[in-house]
Design a protein around this ligand. Structure first.
Ligand SMILES: CC(C)(COP(=O)(O)OP(=O)(O)OC[C@H]1O[C@@H](n2cnc3c(N)ncnc32)[C@H](O)[C@@H]1O)[C@@H](O)C(=O)NCCC(=O)NCCS
Ligand SMILES: Nc1ncnc2c1ncn2[C@@H]1O[C@H](COP(=O)(O)OP(=O)(O)OP(=O)(O)O)[C@@H](O)[C@H]1O
Length: 438
């Protein structure tokens, strides 16, 4: 079962996403609903809240006066913490029960719709964390127009929640809730297709007996569509040489978050090691069966993005890798051909990256260090796999083109997305020259 956490700031569009996921066949556990259930009339939850906040939060009908309680807690952080301490454990217990019920019923996707996932939950405990985003002013307008809040009430509620940046940091998928409802639902559809693809890959092979017995249960997730999206594997490298970040992973990780399908992009981080880097990449290719593999590495001395065209069967290390290995003039693959050419339309890919505004060139040397070794080992491995495309991109540590360096990772991620899109869509490369005289 795929366990998904769904979150977003108030009025970002979470309910729209949850509603569409439910239509598509997911079990949705709505924490706002559970938070109401656990303080319904006659519950110990309600008794605890009244004990903590006094009779002023009881409505004439004996139920909770939600507006009165909201007025108290969203004006006073300590009071809010007290309320959360009463309600959240009860909600968590209920949610765990709903998930167990879904698992027992054989459902394949359960979505925990949690407004406060980042604040109080444990995002890392989910297989995927979907964050819906919309700018604060748009959300404020929605709250005033559609939920009859005053601007002050809306601001107080937003101030009690995590920031966009905090939610983003926890996201494995970002959805844009600032446009139309239909647009947001379409983003959910693309996401769902990528999950269906994952489930199909991970399902054990079905025997004939299973098919006979396999009458779908009523309400179960719809069967997978005939055409499933392809998988794209994109790798970056871990930090190296005493630095805490590696520009390649910063960009690749962002790419994984902003990619909106329909293909599934899987991002992975490789060790900077002549042996372990290529080995890990081969293992990932075997497991994920991608249609396209793009390696991304950092090139300290370069100022532009390079679409690598040539992988050399040569390892010549100026400094040791992270395992201390420093091969000099050794082949990457003993007995392998001297070089391979990338099986991407590199010129078209470079043009597409350039069109995003990031300076990009076609390069004819990927160096002789771990990046080249990984690139070579990848192309060598793909030789035996029919039709799987492979390539490599070097990104600079800083773009250094007069733009804000804080934006580099995002700009590089968009350039990489353009490379991936082009590598998937373009069969024959451009007939323009990218040759050099030096
Ligand atoms: C204070 C209460 C009574 C106000 O009720 P009201 O009907 O106005 O809002 P409702 O419960 O429908 O929540 C609407 C939205 O407010 C935001 N919100 C709710 N509780 C909180 C909170 N504790 N902290 C920050 N934001 C919150 C969420 O975005 C939520 O989707 C209620 O929100 C509550 O009991 N909150 C504590 C429980 C909680 O944290 N719920 C969130 C999911 S566990
Ligand atoms: N592109 C959009 N996506 C989602 N909602 C939209 C969009 N455009 C307008 N809306 C409206 O904005 C509101 C968003 O509220 P919604 O209930 O989806 O928010 P939410 O993220 O679930 O908030 P909460 O934290 O209260 O659960 C809805 O009433 C919806 O009709």
């Amino acid at each position: 079962m795929l366990r998904v956490g769904l979150t977003g700031g108030i009025a970002a569009g979470k309910s729209v996403v949850a509603g569409r996921l439910a239509e598509l066949g997911a079990v949705v556990v709505d924490y706002d609903v559970l938070a109401r259930d656990v303080v319904a009339p006659g519950t110990t939850g309600l008794a605890s809240v009244v004990e903590a906040f006094g009779p002023g939060v009881v409505a004439p009908d004996g139920g909770l006066d939600r507006e009165a309680l909201a007025g108290v807690v969203f004006a006073d952080a300590a009071a809010l913490a007290r309320l959360n301490a009463i309600v959240h454990p009860l909600v968590r217990r209920e949610a765990a029960q709903r998930e167990a019920d879904a698992a027992a019923a054989g459902r394949s996707v359960v979505v925990h719709d949690v407004p406060l996932l980042v604040e109080t939950g444990d995002p890392a405990s989910f297989d995927a964390v979907v964050v819906v985003e919309a700018p604060a002013d748009v959300r404020l307008e929605r709250l005033v127009a559609e939920r009859s809040m005053t601007p002050e009430q809306a601001r107080a509620r937003m101030a009690a929640q995590a920031s966009d940046a905090e939610r983003r940091a926890a996201a494995s998928v970002l959805l844009d809730g600032s446009g139309t409802v239909d647009g947001l639902r379409a983003q959910v559809d693309a996401l769902w297709r990528s999950w269906v693809r994952t489930a199909v890959e991970e399902a054990p092979a079905q025997g004939a007996d299973d098919v006979e017995e396999g009458r779908p249960e009523q309400g179960a997730a719809p069967s997978p569509p005939d055409v499933v999206p392809v998988t794209v594997l994109v790798t970056g490298f871990e930090p190296f040489g005493g630095r805490t970040v590696n520009a390649s992973w910063e960009a690749v990780e962002r790419l994984g978050r902003l990619w909106a399908g329909p293909e599934r992009v899987v991002v992975e981080r490789l060790p900077v090691a002549f042996g372990a880097g290529p080995a890990r990449l081969r293992e990932l290719v075997t497991r994920l069966r991608p249609a396209l593999v793009l390696g991304v590495g950092e090139a300290g001395g370069r100022r532009v993005v390079s679409l690598e065209r040539v992988a050399l069967n040569l390892a010549d290390a100026r400094i040791p890798d992270t395992t201390g290995a420093a091969p000099v003039d050794e082949p990457v693959v003993a007995g392998g051909p001297t070089a391979y050419l990338a099986s991407l339309p590199v010129k078209a890919c470079a043009a597409a990256a350039r069109a995003t505004g990031v300076p990009t060139e076609v390069s004819h040397t990927a160096g002789t260090y771990v990046c080249n070794a990984t690139f070579y080992a990848l192309l060598h491995h793909l030789e035996a796999l029919d039709g799987v495309r492979g390539g490599f991109v070097h990104v600079p540590v800083e773009l250094d083109d007069g733009t804000d360096p804080d934006d580099d990772a995002q700009r590089l991620a968009l350039a990489l997305a353009a490379v991936v899109r082009t590598a998937l869509d373009v069969g024959v490369d451009l007939r323009t020259t990218a040759g050099t005289l030096d």
